[in-house]
Write a protein that binds this ligand. Structure first.
Ligand code: 5GP
Length: 191
């Protein structure tokens, strides 16, 4: 089975993390790329597992060195996918999931790397605010900022190969798993 790169994008609060956890449990040989970020760790987050937490200076240095496959600024912080994270996994025969925002997804599309692009959408306009508030990890200001970005992200969902509406976690997870399994069973384009 050919290794593939899956880009999974969706607005903050849509439940990407939960769906991706379900996906990784169900599909063996699929691994999550650990991104780099300049934002501070949230409670319970571990360096190297949830993110590679970098200072803004370290992030810039790695950017200058060409270490990032893609990078973006989101809510005032830098986020980026390290080439090494993806290349190492592909070389070991694994498929890779990138959980990134829309600007990064666009950069991956523009790069030489072939990817399957999946957008996770909320079932309605009020759900994101409720979920972000319920998560309790962001201030009211940060939530407003994330919702502003979410509007732009929702406008870009037509650029993706697949869209999964997270109306109900187990249903949406089943749909996502189905998409990934069917893409993994398919030969890479151009062969
Ligand atoms: P959070 O601060 O909630 O962990 O992430 C904020 C946003 O940044 C989310 O939409 C998440 O998918 C995105 N993100 C996480 N890692 C990366 C990355 O490596 N590149 C890009 N472009 N976005 C990322």
């Amino acid at each position: 089975m050919a290794s593939k790169v899956f880009v999974i994008t969706g607005p903050s609060g849509v439940g990407k993390g939960t769906l991706i956890r379900e996906l990784l449990k169900e599909v063996p040989d699929l691994e999550l790329s650990v991104s780099a970020t300049t934002r501070s760790p949230r409670q319970g987050e571990t360096d190297g597992r949830d993110y590679h937490f970098l200072t803004p200076e370290e992030f810039e240095r790695r950017k200058e060195e060409g270490d990032f496959l893609e990078f973006a600024t989101y809510s005032g912080n830098r986020y980026g996918t390290l080439r090494s994270e993806v290349e190492r996994r592909l070389a070991a025969g694994h498929s890779v999931v990138l959980e990134i925002e829309v600007q990064g997804a666009q950069q991956v599309r523009a790069a030489e790397l072939e990817s399957v692009q999946i957008f996770i959408a909320p079932p309605g306009p009020t759900v994101l605010r409720e979920r972000l508030a319920g998560r309790g990890t962001d201030s009211a200001e940060a939530i407003d900022e994330r919702l502003k970005v979410a509007e732009q992200e929702l406008a870009a969902q037509g650029d993706f190969d697949h869209c999964v509406v997270n109306d109900e976690v187990s249903r949406a997870a089943t749909e996502l798993i189905g998409i990934v399994r069917s893409e993994l069973g398919r030969a890479p384009a151009g062969r």
